[in-house]
Design a binder for this molecule. Structure first.
Ligand SMILES: Nc1ncnc2c1ncn2[C@@H]1O[C@H](COP(=O)(O)OP(=O)(O)OP(=O)(O)O)[C@@H](O)[C@H]1O
Length: 280
């Protein structure tokens, strides 16, 4: 079973004296084998929702339950144990994999952290690589030897190592070119079909969310303004904000998008800004 419920979730950054609330009491539900797409413009709070589920955001109100257990605030020990069921794939496959380790080490590390003996963990690497359609020979290589799409497939393999019930996919294809995006999305769908894993699929791209999700929730400035079946929300939205989002997506020119993405990546490379953490 996999059942994630978010009820009245509030998150505030800043100091205790000067809190800045970025989620204003939102409700979301991700059922067994389901993909809930979470869409919204930059800064609407999407990543913060994922971080709150992983215990990485300052939650000030509401509750998060997973399979009936309240996980809003749990001990470090319990959080580590929960990592067995709750995993994450981040946007940036360049910084989410530790460049100092071989792929075999990267894929076996979550298993070892959960108490699987090293030898057995290493023996599972080939199966994991196979699942994301990478050859066995990849195991002795380093992240820098792979393309962006291949690295994202390695990140997906790592997230799957513990056979989690739910994976938070936070903009998992935004850093990839269009054809590579397709391959990675197809892979995520195939994995869901065979394993029954649930996804909380975060993206600013309504087209990607429409393709991946059973249901879609639209986040606007920290509030869920619309939620429903993916087809309905993305083709016949009720809320004016969703309509604007849809219009913006429809007029988006793929070449222009590619240019913007290139500029973002160049900026990231220059400033080293957008980091990401691994959750073992
Ligand atoms: N660690 C932090 N400290 C202070 N403010 C933060 C922090 N992380 C996020 N915020 C703020 O919270 C708001 C929501 O951010 P969040 O990253 O969740 O949005 P998002 O919808 O995922 O945006 P993007 O698509 O750009 O990643 C933004 O105003 C952001 O500036």
């Amino acid at each position: 079973m996999s059942d994630l419920r978010i009820e009245g979730l509030r998150v505030a950054y800043g100091s205790r004296r000067h809190p800045v609330e970025v989620l204003h009491g939102i409700d979301l539900h991700v059922g067994q084998g389901e993909t809930l797409g979470l869409v919204g413009e930059s800064g609407s709070g999407k990543t913060t929702v994922g971080r709150a589920v992983l215990g990485l955001a300052p939650v000030t109100g509401g509750r998060i339950t997973f399979d009936g257990e309240e996980i809003t605030h749990v001990s470090r020990r319990r959080r580590r144990a929960l990592a067995r069921h709750l995993q994450v794939v981040f946007q940036d496959p360049y910084s989410s994999l530790n460049s100092a380790f071989t792929i075999a080490d990267i894929l076996s590390e979550p298993l070892i952290a959960q108490g699987v003996p090293a030898k057995e963990a290493h023996s599972r690497v080939t199966t994991l690589l196979d699942r994301v359609r990478l050859p066995k020979s990849a195991s002795q290589r380093y992240p820098r030897e792979f393309s962006g799409g291949q690295r994202q497939r390695i990140a997906i393999a790592r997230a799957l190592a513990l056979s989690p019930k739910l994976v938070i996919c936070d903009e998992p294809v935004s850093a990839l070119d269009l054809s590579t995006q397709g391959t990675v999305l197809e892979l995520l769908t195939e994995i869901q079909d065979t394993t029954g894993v649930s996804y909380l699929f975060i993206s600013h791209d309504l087209a990607v969310v429409r393709r991946m999700s059973h249901r879609v929730a639209v986040l606007y400035r920290g509030d869920v303004v619309e939620e429903g079946a993916a087809g309905t929300v993305t083709s016949d939205p009720e809320h004016p904000y969703t309509r604007r989002l849809l219009a913006a997506n429809l007029v988006a020119d793929p070449d222009e998008q590619a240019e913007r993405r290139k500029a973002r990546l160049a900026l990231k490379a220059a400033t080293g800004s957008e980091g990401s953490e691994a959750v073992a």
